[in-house]
Every structure is written in C-alpha cells, then in structure tokens.
Design a protein around this ligand. Structure first.
Ligand SMILES: [Zn+2]
Length: 96
C-alpha cells in the first residue's frame, strides 16, 4: 500500500509500505480520505519531535477491512457512505 511518510523536516515522500497486521483488539481500516491538522503542521516544520519515517495525517475515514478477534461492534466492509442497519444491532445505525 502507499503511504505519505515524513522523512525529514519539511519533507514527505510517497512510499510503498506493508499492510499492517492487526492485534486481537484492533481493526484494519482501508483509508478512503485523510486530513492533516495543526499537529501535522508542527511535525512538518520540526516544531514537534517525531521519529522518521512517520506517516502523515491521523484523522481518517474509511472502510473496516479486518476486525480483530476481541473487537465487538464493527462489521468488516460495512459501507461507510451509506448508512444501513447494523447487522449486530437491528435498532441502530453507524458508520466508520
Ligand atoms: Zn489532529
């Protein structure tokens, strides 16, 4: 998969990175869109420390691709753009 990684102050590169393996309490989200915020600008300018290379952006929307064995309440590949009845709870709706 492609990732925008900060590699130095003021420098990002698009690199191929492996798809992460999830732990039992995690979900794997296929990112549909991602924004940057003031924290990312601080990293970009070197005003806040981080280890490089480091991915850019942390406010995302996407689709749940995998659900860890200990996770409850999420369904793999639940359509995020269309609210539908949750298959776990017939009375609720949600999206990621
Ligand atoms: Zn933020």
């Amino acid at each position: 998969m492609k990732a925008a990684l900060q590699v130095d102050i003021g420098k990002y590169e698009i690199r191929d990175v492996p798809v992460p393996e999830i732990k039992p309490h995690q979900c794997l989200i296929k990112v549909g869109a991602c924004t940057v915020c003031a924290t990312d600008v601080k990293y970009f300018k070197g005003l806040q420390k981080r280890t490089w290379p480091s991915p850019m952006g942390h406010e995302i929307t996407g689709t749940v691709e995998k659900v860890g064995s200990a996770v409850q309440g999420f369904i793999e590949k639940h359509p995020g753009s269309h609210l539908e009845k949750c298959k776990l709870d017939k009375n609720s709706t949600f999206k990621v």
